[in-house]
Design a protein. Structure first.
Length: 154
């Protein structure tokens, strides 16, 4: 049977409760209170229940707390992938979409995904798949297959 993960002891249970009270993050506070209960000698199942989690999740938070202290108990949201187009390029693309296509130059009367894919590749050197070529468009507040009308719901 595996042994329990030991909790670092440079914080007392009362210090963890004090930090939980000062914390502006509710999730961090719940986790700190669960760890304080463990330091007080409560079994891990009951301590996990205090924080609204199961025993395995508490174990994961113990690892994070041991590595990074109380700041390790904050939610660690990833920022996501970096955008392919810079803000200046998005602004230029928005102006292109807003102005609409020039039939003689672009060969179309309204923008479609395939047309915008071509324009983005020619102007910015960024290649989108046809299915995802609309991904910069919702950021510009446009929607649908035809990009000539503003989406008012965003």
């Amino acid at each position: 049977m595996p042994s329990a993960v030991t909790l670092r002891t440079d914080f007392s249970a009362s210090e963890l409760r004090r930090q939980a009270k000062r914390s502006k993050d509710n999730n961090q506070s719940r986790r700190l209170l669960s760890l304080a209960a463990v330091l007080d000698g409560m079994n891990r199942t009951d301590a996990a229940r205090i924080g609204g989690m199961d025993r395995q999740t508490l174990r994961d938070w113990v690892h994070r707390f041991n590595e990074a202290g109380p700041d390790g108990l904050l939610d660690n949201w990833a920022s996501g992938p970096t955008p392919r187009l810079s803000p200046d390029q998005k602004a230029e693309l928005a102006a292109i979409v807003e102005a609409g296509p020039d039939r003689e130059v672009d060969g179309v009367v309204r923008w479609r995904r395939i047309d915008l894919k071509r324009v983005i590749a020619e102007r910015f050197g960024v290649d989108y798949h046809t299915d995802s070529s609309a991904s910069p468009i919702p950021c510009l507040r446009y929607t649908d297959e035809r990009y000539g009308t503003r989406c008012t719901g965003l």
